[in-house]
Design a protein around this ligand. Structure first.
Ligand code: UD1
Length: 436
């Protein structure tokens, strides 16, 4: 480890790896499980979420939901499954006041607003935290709920919302926001009358939420399309369910990026190719070959990656969460690639870290111009957020020498044993506990 660098907390150490081989099994998606957990506020009973990832954001969400009155416990996955089971008991004793210090830690805390207002007519919560990509407003969430009859007091600290029973409304989003779609959906399922969400987000994680809600007895039409029509029902007519969390497409893409950069061939089990269509098509343009079956994807690296231009877009476009992986891959591809960020203009903070590894990247507004170099060189870097942290680990595997990644608590928020899974594919990567 370098003397000049004194990180706090655990560190991941990656060194030159490849070719990778073997199988990695991908668990459920962070961006789904957190919302499914919030959905348990809507009806009394005992829920079980299977295929749930073992990640820190699940623990934070569980603490938050327990603070408002749910009982939550974790148990190991059954044989043949992956991840863990989350058992949630809702006995109806809910206090719709979320502790500010917990809500402030994850973006998905905003997902408590819809179900709590919808069922209990009241919510008090901090403005949501989470990854810092620049401004992450919630105006669309609040406007939609206001159209259904809620009123809000918003202060720099938090939101206090109130309503009598919400009423169905037609809500036409300016932009297909994932979080706003989920929040309005979870309010509308128990509102009085019919709600139509136009220009709704249609990410696989939203389809997963709709599927759980339908299993509970909610009435939702247009699932998977950009118009959702929701007919509200009485909360007491709903029932708790057991539900399997949809596979994490970003974790799946991370293992594909690792094999693409290190060489070799890897089976990514449980990855759903349908949910990754556009990304797999662009990976194919970079030279990666795929064999797809009903239970996963086998990815084989080319001799050298080819550069592409790519823009992030709402689903079914290339997700912004893939972008740090794409930029890392382009940094060793043949030629020049331009990556355009259309969702979070500030989401380029990790570029400085990739440059420390020798990547040639120029930022121009919301474009990153990436000129492929022959090889990256290991260096100490800092993970700025979940996805960028994982991309730095993967980049470290194809860099010459040793790359030390600090602030790995970001990675732990969204990745279920990234180090163990990469090591099982033959990657030279390990975790150094703080103080060892
Ligand atoms: C979710 C994901 C995040 C992913 C993002 C886009 C979770 C916990 N997080 O975040 O990993 O990167 O989708 O796929 O699921 N916006 C507004 N006003 C609003 C709401 C959003 O202006 O009321 C803007 C945001 O600032 C951003 C864009 O819309 O520029 C996309 O946000 P949104 O789709 O809502 O993302 P999140 O749900 O926050």
């Amino acid at each position: 480890m370098s003397d000049a660098f004194s990180p706090v907390g655990d560190m991941i150490v990656a060194s030159t790896s490849g070719p990778l081989s073997g199988e990695v099994i991908v668990p459920g998606a962070k961006n789904s499980v957190l919302k499914l957990m919030a959905a348990a506020l809507l009806a009394d009973g005992k829920y079980v979420l299977t295929n749930a990832p073992i990640i820190d954001d699940v623990v934070i969400m569980a603490d938050l939901l327990m603070a408002v009155g749910l009982q939550i416990s974790f148990s190991p996955a059954s044989p043949g499954e992956v991840g863990q089971h989350i058992e949630i008991v809702n006995n109806g004793a809910i206090t719709p006041v979320a502790p500010f210090e917990l809500a402030d830690r994850i973006r998905a805390s905003v997902n408590l607003v819809g179900p709590l207002l919808g069922r209990f007519g009241e919510i008090s919560i901090a403005l949501p935290g989470g990854d810092d990509f620049g401004g992450r407003p919630i105006d669309m969430h609040l406007r939609g709920l206001e159209a259904m009859g809620a009123t809000f007091d918003v202060t720099p600290d938090g939101i206090v919302g109130r309503c009598a029973r919400l009423s169905g409304a037609v809500i036409d989003f300016d932009f297909p926001s994932v979080g706003a779609t989920e929040n309005i959906l979870m309010a509308a399922v128990v509102a009085d009358g019919t709600t139509v969400i136009k220009n709704a987000a249609r990410e696989p994680e939203i389809v997963d939420l709709c599927s759980m809600l339908r299993g509970m007895g909610c009435r939702i039409d247009g699932v998977g399309t950009s118009t959702l029509t929701i007919t509200g029902v009485e909360p007491r007519s709903l029932q708790a369910v057991t539900h399997e969390v949809v596979t994490d497409r970003v974790q799946a893409a991370t293992y594909i990026a690792a094999v693409a950069m290190c060489g070799g061939s890897v089976r990514v089990s449980r990855a759903n190719a349908e949910h990754m269509g556009m990304m797999l098509s662009r990976f194919t343009d970079m030279g990666i070959t795929f064999a797809i079956d009903t239970d996963g994807i086998t990815a084989t690296a080319p001799q050298q990656l080819a550069s592409i231009d790519v823009s992030t877009l709402p689903y079914p476009g290339v997700a912004t969460d893939y972008k740090p992986l794409i930029v890392a891959m382009l940094s060793v591809a043949n030629g020049v690639g331009i990556v355009t960020e259309n969702l979070y203009p500030g989401r380029f903070r990790y570029v400085e870290e990739l440059r420390k590894l020798g990547a040639d990247i120029t930022i121009d507004g919301h474009h990153a111009v990436v000129r492929g170099v022959k090889h990256l060189v290991g260096a100490p870097v800092v993970a700025p957020d979940i996805r960028a942290g994982a991309a730095l680990v993967v980049a470290g595997l194809c860099a010459q020498g040793i790359t030390e990644i600090s602030d790995v608590f970001h990675i732990d928020r969204g990745y279920d044993d990234l180090v163990g899974r990469l090591a099982s594919l033959g990657a030279s990567v390990s975790r150094i506990q703080a103080g060892s």
